[in-house]
Design a protein around this ligand. Structure first.
Ligand code: SF4
Length: 334
């Protein structure tokens, strides 16, 4: 079998405090694999380490960050590359879609100019005229109506959904192998959200690209991702095929995320089934980091950190995974 498109192994990212004191681990021992032509969801609350992991892949973390472990793209070790070598990978082999399209778009340039520029950064041999023609093709690819006219408009003339489509067009400018979409639909309403997810899935099918879909919303990965990793306090706590995890979550955190999803027959969103808030990076609890919020907690959980282990078709980091999976009641009943 060929090498996975993206293989992250035992990734740890630490940030030094300002005065060079104790370093805090934002991400610890993360393993993650993405194949070409598949969508892998990375799900967790804010501060879970999901975006830090993806910024480590892009080598876009601040100077205070230290990376340990391995990040391989199609068999090439990214952590060993120089800034210059990495600049050639970013935007060419890996496209990144940020949460807020306005941070990715320059309000002073037309959308067409910006996409053409993204084409020319990595392909100096392409002339201006051809780059503009390619920009129009890319706008067509992401289903922007009347792309010739739209290419001459500024970002403020686009709706929120159209802006996100333009950002996706820019990320696709050089036909990357891997697309990282970091909360790509958070700022959009539900209908537009569904359209953007459909667009990403269409690009995956047509171009055979691998997509990492980073989100706090488990509902977003349903229907589009094949596999997923759930992150909590800088670690992967559960991973497997989406169908297996949705059918029988083995970690109480995943169970809570699933129970918090609005149901088709409910008019209002459910309140979070998980009490409390994730711990700050500077004060992560001993043992299992989820123990202060976990209704299944036992004494062992407070002192012994659970490691990721296979339980049936799922990998899970919980001392009581078998009991959690077998429990058909809700988290509040536990
Ligand atoms: Fe809960 Fe213990 Fe499992 Fe952590 S290890 S999730 S505290 S049952």
């Amino acid at each position: 079998m060929s090498a996975p498109l993206l293989a992250i192994r035992d990734l740890t990212v630490s940030f030094a405090t300002r005065r060079g004191g104790h370093a805090f681990q934002a991400v610890s021992g993360v393993d993650l694999t993405v194949q070409s032509g598949e969508v892998h969801g990375v799900v967790g609350e804010s501060g879970s380490g999901k975006s830090v992991t993806m910024l480590a892949v892009m080598q876009l973390l601040s100077q205070s960050a230290t990376i340990a472990g391995s990040i391989m793209l199609d068999g090439q070790e990214l952590t060993a590359l120089s800034d210059r070598q990495m600049r050639k990978i970013r935007g060419a082999r890996i496209g990144y879609i940020f949460q807020d399209p306005m941070t990715a778009l320059n309000p002073l340039l037309t959308v067409g100019e910006q996409i053409a520029e993204a084409v020319r950064i990595h392909r100096g041999d392409v002339g201006h005229k051809h780059a503009v023609a390619r920009a129009i093709d890319l706008l067509r690819l992401v289903a922007i109506p009347n792309p010739e006219k739209r290419a001459n408009q500024y970002p403020h003339e686009f709706s929120g959904g159209m802006r996100q489509r333009a950002v996706i067009a820019m990320a696709m400018a050089n036909e990357p192998d891997l697309l990282i979409a970091d909360e790509p639909t958070t700022a959009l309403d539900v209908t537009i959200q569904a359209q953007i997810m459909e667009l990403l899935d269409q690009l995956r099918r047509e171009k055979n690209i691998g997509i990492v879909l980073v989100t706090h919303d488990l509902g977003v990965v349903a229907g589009v991702a094949k596999s997923l990793s759930i992150m909590y306090a800088g670690r992967v706590v559960e991973r497997g095929l989406v169908d297996d995890v949705f059918a029988a979550p083995h970690h109480p955190y995943t169970k809570g995320l699933l129970e918090s999803l609005p149901q088709m027959d409910e008019r209002v969103e459910r309140l979070s089934a998980i009490a409390g808030a994730p711990p700050p990076i500077s004060a992560r609890p001993s043992g299992c980091p989820f123990h202060p919020r976990c209704p299944y907690v036992i004494e062992r959980c407070r002192s012994e950190r659970p490691v990721l282990r296979p339980v049936g078709p799922i990998d899970v980091a919980c001392h009581r995974a078998e009991i959690v999976a077998a429990d058909k009641g809700t988290l509040q009943d536990a």
